[in-house]
Design a protein around this ligand. Structure first.
Ligand code: HEM
Length: 443
């Protein structure tokens, strides 16, 4: 088995939950600094191991995937998303991943590029209305990314249903996020006003998505969008997805693809406002690409925009903690990892490890220079996770973020309001604690 891993004193029952709840990010950073590559802590009544070495990350997410399954924290998400790709396990997950994967291949995504540019334009127009004043950048980015996911899934978009879907998602996420942030969430069965709002939102979402699916099943042609693909896709045995499975996958795509991309954009614009030289470089790159005869290709292939987004996700990875439950006794780095304990991989922690990053707290595009990337352990950077459960939407996310970022940088100068540096709130997604407000001037 192995020795007991080092770690802080774990008080009975409450464990380290209170320290964690005070500031989860700092707790991870301090614990790793003090105890090293594997630290034993107690959270939510379980023994957990905070992993801080690429070898351990590989072991859990790639090597022993049979032994490390999605832990209970994904059950909270499943209340909203059902049993879709993000939350499911085993044979069901494998079958669905195989069926859905082609929708995220380069060729399928190429069909979405015009939509991405159109949604970026809408975001640009919303921000333009605030020229000379202050714009809610989080809202503009949320709107754009929701429109893109909506149109990717449902083709022409949600049309008159868009606002209803958005409100239902937002209402549901308030509750799920609050539960994720609470050190001791109330048992799920206890009714609270937030829970009622969640249940109503979830029921509305269910009904909306079910209605869309039913309409499509009745239509002559399934449609060229993601939903159309999912409706007709089958596995090797010729089996397709049931209505319920479809609904869960649709909700999962929206849930997993919406806040993650939008927050990355918000953080990116905030970082650029604080780093004038990098911003200038990004603006020039955006302008060059935008004015290229082949704008679509040039924006998507731009290396500076790529690095800016990657550096932003290094410092503010939207998914800041990835957890897995150990099914059987195991060992890592010579330490015992008993069955029933939780392995924690934190991109937030990995991304500021001075062994792998020359300038951990800076905003430094050299971190993603090809020669530097080549020499760095691949698992030192994992905003999209790793192994077989890696994000299916990575390429799509990078594409849409580049398009929206380029559109905004070409048209505007966005500046943080003095004294209003956004503070990270580690909810399900690592988002700014308050909506990101920025001053808008024309470039
Ligand atoms: C910046 C944007 C995004 C980030 C940082 C991100 C991050 C992640 C991470 C870290 C995981 C792995 C979770 C784990 O191992 O437990 C994941 C999984 C997933 N993501 Fe993303 N994601 C993003 C955008 C998207 C988009 C746009 C979509 C779809 C439209 C999407 C759909 C999914 C799905 C379905 C999974 C589950 C995959 C599976 O288990 O097979 N994500 N994402």
């Amino acid at each position: 088995m192995g020795r007991t891993a080092p770690g802080p004193f774990v008080p009975p029952l409450i464990g380290n939950t209170l320290q964690f709840a005070r500031d989860p990010l700092q707790f991870y950073v301090d614990t790793a600094a003090r105890y090293g590559d594997i630290a034993r802590i107690g959270l939510m009544g379980r023994t957990c191991f905070l992993l801080n070495h690429p070898d351990h990350v590989r072991h859990v997410l790639q090597g022993r995937v049979d032994n490390y399954v999605k832990s209970s924290s994904y059950r909270e998400l499943a209340r909203l998303l059902g049993n879709g790709l993000l939350t499911s396990e085993g044979a069901l997950w494998k079958r669905h991943r195989r069926v859905i994967q082609p929708a995220f291949h380069r060729k399928s995504l190429d069909q979405l590029v015009d939509t991405m540019f159109a949604c970026a334009d809408e975001a640009g127009e919303a921000v333009a209305q605030r020229t000379g004043g202050v714009a809610d950048i989080s809202a503009a980015c949320m709107q754009a990314s929701l429109s893109i996911v909506g149109r990717a899934l449902f083709g022409t978009g949600l049309g008159h249903r868009a606002q209803e879907v958005e409100q239902a998602i937002r209402a549901s996420l308030v509750y799920i996020n609050a539960r994720a942030e609470a050190p001791y969430p109330l048992p799920y069965r206890i009714p609270t006003p937030r829970k009622r709002a969640f249940e109503q939102g979830r029921a509305r979402l269910d009904a909306l998505v079910q209605a869309i699916i039913a309409e499509r099943r009745r239509a002559d042609h399934p449609g060229d969008d993601l939903l159309g693909m999912l409706l007709t896709a089958t596995d090797e045995d010729g089996q397709g997805l049931s209505d319920e499975e479809l609904r869960d996958e649709v909700l999962t795509m929206v849930g997993a693809g919406y806040e993650t991309t939008a927050t990355t954009l918000s953080w990116t614009l905030a970082f650029l406002s604080e780093h004038a030289a990098v911003r200038e470089r990004a603006e020039q790159a955006a302008e060059r690409a935008w004015n290229d005869a082949d704008r679509r290709r040039a924006v998507l292939a731009d290396d500076v925009l790529d690095r800016v987004l990657k550096e932003s996700m290094r410092l503010r990875p939207p998914v800041w903690s990835i957890t897995r439950l150990a099914v059987e006794d195991d060992a890592m780095g010579g330490y015992a990892v008993p069955a029933g304990s939780v392995a924690i991989v934190s991109p937030y922690l990995a991304h500021r490890d001075a062994r792998y990053w020359a300038n951990p707290e800076g905003f430094d595009l050299d971190h993603f220079a090809p020669e530097v990337v080549k020499d760095r352990d691949r698992q030192a950077y994992l905003p999209f996770g790793a192994g077989q459960r890696k994000c299916i939407g990575e390429r799509m996310a990078m594409m849409e973020m580049k398009v929206i970022l380029a559109r905004l940088l070409v048209a505007f100068r966005l500046d943080l309001i003095p004294g209003k540096r956004p503070v990270p709130a580690p909810s399900i997604v690592l988002r700014p604690a308050e909506p990101l407000l920025m001053r808008v001037s024309k470039r």
